[in-house]
Design a protein around this ligand. Structure first.
Ligand code: ATP
Ligand code: MN
Length: 460
């Protein structure tokens, strides 16, 4: 197999190699040409040195532009430059395809906005190469963490026929002719003629199906795409994003919080340990100090606090918030950050939120006012994980479904889980792109996924 630039850079001087990649820069001096060749397998590029005198194919070297795909054969020698330990003294070269000067990624710095117009090429830049490598390594760390613990990777459906949680925020899936849909007697659209004989949507979460398998094979996790038709163009929301959702039978809220803490520490440490070069780049050029904030999360015990305690702390500082809070308020990013950064100076797991601001499936506390919800808050970002212990009592869950005016028949299967061998169980969700944002210090969620899908996005 051909060696990658990453593999070549790990070799000793004297090795004979064939290097392939794309020209990042070319520098011509009197007797030699220096060509920086990268292939995206690692942050660094290989410096290729062409000694003009006696090099057979100097015309090809002269023609080679930034972006050209190329191959060099030669011997590694000790590099005098301070950026690399070895460089390639070329004996021969080949150019697969040149890139003319309309290639958009010339040497000068491009803005992220400009690169969002060039999604198909931006992966060749330093920043997007680093983001995608971190993304891949983080995905691997997530699988490793759960697989080492004996969790099973569950794939829940992307198309669902129950409008469970995200009323109004779901994308509808249909094969009906939108220009002329079949009609029912009373003039509405006749969805019984649709592909599934009923309305269908893209999923907003795999949790409910996850619960059915947690109560079958005990500990599962999902890791896949989710869709939300949220009409908000923030730097933290996508219409298509990836979510990690573990669900565990016989776990209570404390077990859930313990797992979330161990999980975040593990996956962040894994990336720092296994991709130090890309993380060094983010620390230097994207967000100064980002590596330290990640270390802080890895090393510090997370503080545990109830929502009620947090509100007391927040109320003392109400005049400095854009949205002052009182008991019952939904807490927003500014409050989450204040709790984590200023009050606790550490990551915080907030628990026991008012039932009115949380979902129907969360387990009720005995106080009649709060539910066993938890959010993990980290400095700089705020919420990174949301989860809960689930209501396992059939009667209480049914009452809640009715109270909230949900369509009872849609939840029959979900209630069955409480009817037959119900157990305490809990789980949480991590937004994968939010975790990448946090790790890399990137500012916009559209820059941590290859092809971002967001509101009013019509471009590829
Ligand atoms: P937010 O208040 O930030 O919109 P949420 O309360 O809607 O989040 P959940 O429904 O709890 O979020 O989803 C679980 C996780 O999925 C969140 O903690 C977040 O990390 C991530 N997430 C939610 N919505 C989006 C989105 N539109 N784009 C990217 N990630 C998201
Ligand atoms: Mn949301």
């Amino acid at each position: 197999m051909k060696k990658t630039i990453k593999e070549i850079l790990a070799l000793e001087e004297g090795a004979e190699v064939v290097a392939t990649g794309w020209v990042r820069t070319k520098r011509d001096s009197k007797n030699v040409v220096f060509i920086s060749v990268g292939d995206g397998t690692c942050f660094d590029a290989l410096q290729v040195v062409v000694d003009k005198e006696g090099f057979a194919d100097i015309e090809t070297i002269e023609a080679m532009n930034t972006g050209a795909s190329c191959q060099f054969e030669g011997v590694l020698q000790k590099s005098l430059g301070k950026n690399q330990s070895v460089e390639l003294l070329a004996k021969s070269c080949r150019m697969f395809c040149n890139a003319d000067d309309s290639y958009p990624l010339q040497k000068k710095h491009q803005t992220f906005e400009f690169l969002r117009e060039k999604l198909h090429l931006r992966g060749r830049t330093n920043t997007f190469g680093a983001v995608m490598r971190v993304r891949s390594i983080l995905a691997y760390a997530i699988h490793r963490f759960f697989q080492e613990k004996g969790f099973f990777y569950l794939n829940t459906p992307l198309v669902t026929t129950s409008d469970c949680e995200g009323a109004g925020e779901m994308f509808e899936v249909t094969t009906l002719n939108l220009a002329n849909p079949p009609k029912t007697k009373d003039g509405g659209v006749d969805f019984s003629k649709d592909f599934f004989s009923k309305r269908a949507f893209l999923t907003v979460s795999g949790q409910l199906e996850g619960e059915s398998y947690a109560t079958a094979i005990r500990n599962i996790y999902t890791f896949g795409p989710t869709f939300r038709a949220e009409k908000s163009s923030t730097t933290r929301h996508l219409a298509e994003f990836w979510m990690v959702e573990p669900e565990m039978a016989f776990y209570d809220l404390n077990d859930n919080a313990d797992l979330a803490e161990e999980f975040l520490k593990y996956i962040f440490k894994y990336v720092l340990d296994n991709d130090p070069r890309d993380m060094e780049f983010f620390d230097k050029f994207i967000l100064e100090g980002v590596v330290d904030t990640i270390r802080h999360v890895i090393e510090k015990p997370f503080v545990r606090m109830t929502y009620t305690q947090a509100i007391k702390e927040l109320e003392k500082n109400n005049k400095s918030f854009e949205y002052p809070v009182k008991w019952g308020s939904d807490i927003q990013t500014e409050h989450e950050r204040y709790i984590s950064e200023t009050v606790c100076k550490a990551p915080v797991i907030l628990t026991d939120y008012p039932k009115e601001i949380k979902s129907f499936y969360m387990k009720a506390n005995d106080d009649g006012k709060t539910v066993r919800a938890m959010d993990v808050l980290v400095p700089r970002l705020g919420e990174i994980i949301g989860g809960s212990e689930r209501e396992e009592d059939y009667g209480k869950l049914l009452a809640k479904i009715r109270e909230m005016g949900l369509n009872e028949s849609e939840y029959e299967w979900y209630l069955d889980l409480r009817k037959f061998g119900s157990v305490p169980h809990a789980g949480f969700g991590l937004g994968f792109e939010r975790a990448i944002l946090y790790l890399t210090g990137m500012q916009n969620i559209r820059d941590v996924i290859a092809y971002p899908r967001f509101w009013k996005s019509e471009k590829k």
